[in-house]
Design a protein around this ligand. Structure first.
Ligand code: GCV
Length: 683
């Protein structure tokens, strides 16, 4: 019996050793050649760099790689230079990023030549919406890697350290250099002594990977945990409390990065509760952080029940304060004016705030893009956003150049991504969601990279062809890399098609932001949280009129965009129903009616996912069974969901259009009342 038991344990162990659960992310080189690393200095960051070279060197055996820290004006910040025998940089972090770049190029067979690589943004930060009880707001990959509930919530285990180390390494490998460890809907307990001890433990692990630690803070903390009567930012006791709390944090974490704040937004407290302004609140915190070198990232995600179009409100509220913030305040703005919808035009604040640094907040976690069930490669959406021309300082004033220091010279440049990382073995819930973590880092480092190049890199690193037996590289490129890359590049547009084509937005059922719910408008719920507010469908047509006959949100865009968006005939079709309410029989550029075009778009989205399923089944011989099945099952679920999206939206809107679904597309399979019923049950 004992012997049998031992054999069973052995078999289980060897199976788990070979399990390919995706935990290794894009960092999976298994063999390396011997290398001689020459570096006269030593430090924790340099040790990581040296070890990475030793573990991952794919170049000539016994080559000498020289790591040199030497000032060179052409190298900016933590940039680096690839030289013929190694890496040169101004800083230790520069060496680390150079090493990762060198290894990446070796693994992906890219050219290695003398070249300077400077980061687009100085601060490349992940925002974790992790709560102290271990749950994650809008997280779809398990519980938090940082926080947990229970009596041992603050105990730092060996496993914690191991995981934080792996997390830090993954970030550093793509150039991410900051982490905000907790939810912007912050608990005041975040600033208690015992919590800060755990923050210190995390910061100590992240530091050797060049990652700075930041925290989200609750504006009313002085009253909630400090015993003060108020949290008024102009009150001397409140100012003192924040100064002392900040000093306490720096005594534990000398290189602490600063605070992220959600204030006067969705019920969170803020300076307006005391008759003060965003500038009063942000500047008070900035003054507390300034002596220590810290920053404030003050979010512009604000919308009140004022009745003003939600899409206009952040601009209306923040523009009057342009130039009134301290130089260590950065205004953090979501990419679009509403809220991470499958597609939005860029927020008009980009480029418009000229005297204040503005950073973009992207959402890596797929709150509105099928959670971790749908395959959604997000780099094309971010590329579209970063390359959007704001025209604020003439043609070519892209969002990227308005935020990365190319046009406006401020002390800081930064970009943030809301993380999709959790305790799931594969970190992100969906194997392909890892590509979004990877892409965020790559674009934050180099905002002009193409989504195609990033997809190419990620596939090569994640599904290394070496693991595929009996397969040469031409075969692998043609039959695996090419079709999988095509799926990735098409995936975001497919989702837009089957969820919200032509500029439709926020037509999700309820609060989960997952399935369709154009009907969803329960009594008592804020109107601007319900889909009918956004789609405005009626017998006359569909879409939100944001022209001068409507909310006039178009006026917040600089010419020529203002006029371009104002006129339905020049407005890009991708944003047509974002800016216009149009009749069902409105003639599209291709001659179809608006209703017919909507039908074709919904159907195209669905057919695209069906095609992704076929592509994936065909690549089975090139991938291990575990990752293959994982994605296959997810795609199956995505297809069922896409069918529901198409059926729900077409059958619901048809009640208003009263027009037939074109005869050449597949008929709906679901009944509208059953879909509504299912949705009600889920809630
Ligand atoms: C963290 C949306 C999300 C909320 C999120 C909020 C924000 O409303 O649904 O979960 O809260 O944005 O970005 O603050």
């Amino acid at each position: 019996m004992k012997a049998l038991f031992r054999i069973a344990i052995f078999l289980l162990l060897s199976l788990s050793l070979h399990a390919e659960n995706g935990h290794k992310l894009w960092l999976r080189n298994t063999t390396s050649n011997p290398v001689n690393v020459v570096c006269t200095k030593d430090s924790p960051i340099l040790s990581v760099a040296k070890n990475e070279l030793k573990q991952g060197w794919q170049g000539e055996s016994n080559a000498s790689v020289v790591l040199t820290i030497k000032t060179d004006k052409a190298i900016v910040g933590d940039g680096f230079k690839i030289v013929n025998n190694g890496i040169q940089a101004n800083t230790e972090k520069g060496i680390l990023y150079g090493v990762y770049e060198l290894l990446r190029r070796q693994q992906t067979n890219e050219v290695i030549k003398e070249e300077i690589c400077n980061p687009s943004y100085q601060l490349r930060i992940l925002n974790h919406w992790d709560n102290l009880d271990g749950s994650i707001e809008r997280g779809y990959a398990g519980l938090s890697i940082f926080w947990k509930k229970g009596n041992d919530a603050m105990v730092v285990s060996k496993n914690d350290k191991l995981l934080w180390n792996e997390y830090a390494r993954a970030n550093a490998s793509v150039g991410i250099n900051g982490s905000v460890l907790n939810n912007v809907n912050a608990s005041p307990d975040m600033l208690r002594k015992e919590t800060l001890q755990r923050v210190k433990a995390i910061a100590d692990i992240l530091r050797p990977y060049g990652i700075t630690t930041y925290l989200s803070v609750k504006f009313s903390s002085p009253a909630l945990i400090g015993g003060l009567k108020t949290s008024d930012p102009l009150d001397p006791e409140v100012i003192k409390w924040w100064k002392e709390k900040t000093a306490e944090i720096y005594s534990l974490i000398p290189d602490f990065g600063g605070f992220l704040i959600k204030a006067n937004s969705e019920g969170q407290p803020g300076p307006q509760d005391f008759g003060r302004t965003h500038a009063d609140g942000a500047n008070m915190l900035a003054d507390a952080l300034k002596p220590h070198g810290g920053i404030v990232m003050w979010r512009a995600f604000v919308y009140q029940t004022s009745g003003e179009d939600r899409a206009k409100q952040a601009y209306t509220e923040f523009m009057p304060f342009d130039g009134q913030f301290r130089d260590n305040v950065i205004i953090q703005v979501k990419n679009g004016p509403i809220d991470f919808q499958p597609r939005e035009p860029f927020s008009p604040l980009f480029g418009a705030m000229k005297k204040t640094p503005v950073m973009a907040e992207l959402q890596i976690t797929q709150e509105y893009l099928g959670h971790s069930v749908h395959l959604a490669y997000l780099a094309p959406m971010w590329e579209e956003f970063l390359q959007s021309d704001t025209y604020q300082e003439g043609k070519g004033s892209t969002v990227a150049s308005c935020t990365n220091g190319a046009i406006f010279k401020h002390k800081y440049t930064a970009i943030a991504g809301v993380s999709n990382v959790g305790l799931d073995a594969n970190w992100c819930g969906h194997l392909f969601a890892q590509s979004n973590w990877y892409s965020f880092g790559r674009l934050a480092w180099n905002s002009s990279l193409s989504s195609e190049q990033i997809a190419d890199e990620w596939i090569k690193l994640t599904f290394s062809q070496n693991t595929t037996k009996n397969c040469n590289s031409i075969d692998w490129d043609l039959n695996f890399l090419k079709p999988v890359k095509q799926v990735m590049l098409q995936s975001h547009e497919a989702i837009v098609n089957y969820m919200m084509p032509l500029g439709l937005h926020h037509i999700f059922a309820a609060e989960h932001h997952y399935g369709p719910g154009p009907w969803w408008a329960p009594k008592g719920v804020r109107k601007d949280w319900t889909p009918p507010y956004y789609h405005q469908a009626d017998s006359l047509g569909i879409g939100f009129d944001r022209t001068k006959t409507g909310s006039n949100a178009v006026s917040q865009y600089k010419e020529p965009l203002h006029l371009l968006f104002e006129d339905a005939t020049t407005c890009p079709e991708a944003f047509l129903l974002w800016f216009h309410h149009l009749p069902w029989d409105y003639k599209m550029k291709n001659g179809r009616t608006l209703w017919n075009e909507m039908c074709y778009r919904y159907d195209t989205g669905l057919q695209e996912v069906r095609q992704f399923q076929k592509v994936w089944d065909n690549v089975q011989p090139y991938i291990d069974a575990e990752r293959f099945t994982h994605v296959q099952l997810k795609l199956r679920e995505q297809s069922r969901n896409a069918q529901e999206w198409k059926d729900a939206c077409l059958l619901y809107f048809q009640q208003f259009s009263k027009m037939p679904i074109p005869g050449d597309i597949e008929r709906p399979l679901n009944e509208l009342d059953q879909l509504i019923e299912k949705d009600l049950k889920r809630n």
